[in-house]
Ligand binder design. Structure first.
Ligand SMILES: Cc1cc2nc3c(=O)[nH]c(=O)nc-3n(C[C@H](O)[C@H](O)[C@H](O)COP(=O)(O)OP(=O)(O)OC[C@H]3O[C@@H](n4cnc5c(N)ncnc54)[C@H](O)[C@@H]3O)c2cc1C
Length: 303
């Protein structure tokens, strides 16, 4: 079985998520080849074929051109799967490539089972297993769902280029609007999950964040319910954070949340369910009711 992995490069840098593609391929037990529109000075540490197009010529993003580069590499490698990260780059390109190849497209894969792909459903509360009905398939994998794997070695670089004329021109990046909180810089984050119960309980979590000199984080349901502003959301559709201390209060540990915080140095989870998935990545799991435990901890910290 063979995969063509589509590496990611942005603002002059190879993105770390590129290594999650190797983690996916390893779990699949597949050979790898990679296509990267990037720079010879930022190559991934891997062996095997690497089709390298120069981003200064092909643009960091140009849908028609990048699609052409991928299709050329597919012709040379004849992979079973063409694999992207489920990022703005991947989710835009994957369907374009799949349409041209008349191949199945499976989005946001979070796991594997017997050569089939697990994807979330029912607002990520459940998983369903999908098996492509076509010989080739185009896959996007959820960031954070597969391990970061640096295979090591030196790639066999083949320089490629394309000249497809497109209707879209990449103009550049615009910085996001300034937010009231910058979680990316916080050393301590205390996050309120749905387990806090209601908006009126959020100050209990906020008080602990304040006592520790940290910031308030939130899971998506807490933001969707309007209990906390979106600028505090952690996860794939919120911010990615890596504080020294992350305290998750009433957070179950869905992949989309973990993807945004699992690089934290030390993770404490407070959950009344001893089997909550967040326990698998937490350094300490406190099995308790947040509304009892957190005020007691805040009082100790403030004493
Ligand atoms: C495309 C997509 C993108 C997403 N992006 C994000 C994202 O960026 N960030 C994000 O967070 N989610 C995201 N999600 C949603 C994600 O899948 C989960 O639904 C969400 O993370 C769950 O939030 P939660 O852990 O707060 O709530 P729940 O999953 O409902 O968990 C609540 C937890 O609280 C515990 N609990 C309940 N009461 C108490 C109590 N009194 N004391 C202690 N523990 C208690 C429960 O045991 C449970 O473990 C996304 C989903 C999709 C489909």
């Amino acid at each position: 079985m063979k995969t063509l992995l589509i590496g990611e490069y942005r603002e002059g840098k190879l993105l770390d998520t590129t290594y999650e593609l190797f983690g996916f391929a390893r779990q699949l037990g597949a050979e790898t080849a990679m296509l990267l529109v990037g720079s010879a000075s930022q190559l991934p540490a891997c062996s095997g074929p690497l089709y390298l197009a120069d981003a200064s010529q092909c643009g960091e993003y140009s849908p028609d051109l990048h699609k052409q580069l991928i299709l050329d590499a597919v012709q040379k490698e004849n992979p079973d799967y063409i694999v992207f990260i489920h990022s703005s780059y991947g989710w835009d390109l994957a369907p374009r490539v799949a349409t041209r190849l008349k191949a199945a497209q499976v989005s946001e894969v979070i796991g594997l089972s017997n050569n089939a792909f697990e994807v979330g459903c029912c607002n990520a509360k459940m998983r369903r297993t999908v098996k492509p009905a076509t010989g080739k398939a185009v896959i996007t994998i959820q960031a954070g769902a597969f391990p970061v794997l640096q295979p090591g070695g030196t790639p066999q670089v083949q320089t490629v280029t394309a000249t497809a004329a497109g209707n879209l021109t990449f103009v550049g990046y615009e910085p996001a609007e300034a937010k009231d909180v910058d979680l990316a810089k916080a050393e301590v984050i205390v996050t309120a999950g749905r387990g806090v119960g209601k908006k009126e309980n959020v100050p209990v979590i906020q008080a602990l964040a304040k006592a520790l000199g940290g910031e308030l984080g939130a899971s998506r349901p807490v933001v969707d319910a309007g209990w906390v502003e979106h600028s505090h959301q952690v996860g794939t559709t919120g911010q990615s954070v890596s504080p020294k201390l992350y305290i998750a209060c009433g957070v179950s540990g869905a992949i989309q949340h973990l993807a945004g915080m699992k690089k934290s140095d030390f993770i404490v989870a407070i959950n009344k369910d001893k089997d909550a998935p967040i326990g698998e990545i937490a350094d300490v799991l406190v099995v308790a009711d947040v509304l009892q435990f957190v005020p007691a901890l805040t009082a100790k910290v403030s004493a």
